[in-house]
Design a protein. Structure first.
Length: 405
């Protein structure tokens, strides 16, 4: 009976805590005083100096959120990297205020918390995140400019919040659960609309002094080359990315090149409908131009990887992002170009180049696993609440006993 009572009390305390989620997330209700006027329990986020090992992190479910230019993906992830539930919605239009995106994140977390015991939330943001992992300094596809995302969300959710760059989160996931397991020096390259990247050494993500390390896509590889949205010319992502792939295909189709007849017929002359996944699909079906375009992108990928090997000397390069779906049509030419361009080739060990294993969920899984490192604060606070409830229950029982006597 005592154990049952303890379980009931613990469940009651947990239920009370979860009921505070919505009050904390949306601080004003119509026709009532602001929720902030009550002493609702809220937790502070982990400090910037706190370091935790994934080996000692509590094995509790956490929520990971991957924010891109077109979608927001949220999921509950267990300690082994398994996705227990996943939700996806479109990213609000970038012309809207940052609060609109924050509201979307909060709604997804609240929805998942209705069915899962959430202990922390990790955010993987497509942008530059400061070294303290609080502010999104710049997000090219969202209206975030020096946005204190962690503090804003922590003020609305009753669990610790961690914010990191989406490529860092994806690299962490691949190192923990995917293609980078067992590697002590890993570099991840994400090929999507542009190129992102991350560096891991000895179980730590290397973020740099200001938090923006890994922006490999903006290394200059062709002086005076194609204009990049970052403002410079000749950036690596202008030659090896989803945008570069589609740009080259559209230029050939617009010129009515004989080699482009296959893709022109496929889109029925609507050149604007050409997409990266379409090019990959046609290449798999044997379209010569699409195969050649992927080879070109892969060769530029290999050139950039050789430069990174000269600078960082990792043991493994993991290639992720949407363009990596082309697999060996892309990575095969990249390996060949890497071997041709590598400094000291033939006299030094060569890093392994492999495709990521976790697919588009890597950023979400990695963000959730990084958040697990700070979930300990939620567990301690929750335990203190249960202890306070039990002390109050014992006090109330003693008062009732004195009254009856």
């Amino acid at each position: 009976m005592a154990s049952q009572l303890g379980t009931q009390r613990e469940r009651a305390a947990q239920s009370a805590l979860m009921s505070n989620y919505r009050d904390l997330a949306f601080p004003v209700r119509t026709g009532s005083a602001p929720i902030g006027s009550r002493r609702a329990p809220a937790l502070r986020t982990v400090g910037p100096r706190e370091r935790r090992s994934h080996l000692s992190a509590p094995r509790v479910p956490t929520v990971g959120i991957d924010i891109g230019g077109t979608k927001v993906m949220a999921g509950v992830v267990d300690a082994d990297g398994n996705i227990l539930e996943k939700l996806r919605t479109e990213t609000p239009d970038k012309s809207k205020s940052p609060k609109v995106v924050e509201d979307t994140i909060v709604e997804l977390v609240l929805d998942l918390s209705d069915r899962h015991d959430v202990h922390a939330v990790g955010i993987g943001a497509a942008g530059w995140v400061d070294a303290e992992r609080n502010r999104v300094l710049f997000a090219p596809h969202l209206s975030w400019r020096n946005e204190p995302l962690r503090d804003r969300l922590a003020g609305r959710l009753a669990v610790p919040v961690l914010v990191d760059n989406d490529a860092n989160a994806a690299a962490w996931a691949e190192w923990r659960f995917g293609a980078g397991r067992g590697e002590d020096h890993l570099v991840m390259i994400t090929l999507g609309t542009g190129i992102g990247g991350a560096i891991l050494e000895d179980g730590q993500v290397k973020r740099g002094k200001y938090g923006v390390a890994g922006e490999f896509g903006h290394m200059q590889v062709v002086p005076g080359g194609h204009r990049c949205p970052c403002g410079n010319r000749g950036c690596w992502e202008q030659y090896s990315s989803g945008n570069a792939l589609v740009r080259e295909a559209k230029e050939l189709a617009a010129a009515d090149s004989p080699v482009a007849y296959g893709i022109i017929e496929h889109v029925k002359g609507q050149i604007g409908d050409i997409t990266g996944p379409m090019i990959t699909e046609l290449a798999r079906d044997g379209d010569a131009m699409c195969i050649e375009l992927l080879q070109d992108i892969g060769q530029w990928l290999g050139v950039g990887i050789a430069n990174l090997a000269a600078a960082l000397d990792p043991s493994c390069f993991v290639i992720g992002g949407g363009v990596s779906a082309a697999d060996e049509l892309l990575i095969g030419p990249a390996r060949d170009a890497f071997k041709r361009q590598l400094t000291g080739r033939g006299y030094r060990p060569e890093a392994r180049i492999t495709r990521a294993q976790l697919g588009p969920e890597a950023g979400m899984v990695g963000a959730a696993d990084l958040a697990r490192l700070v979930a300990r604060r939620f567990r301690r606070a929750n335990r203190r609440r249960v202890e306070r409830y039990e002390r109050y229950a014992r006090f109330a029982e003693a008062r009732r006993s004195q009254g009856s006597a």
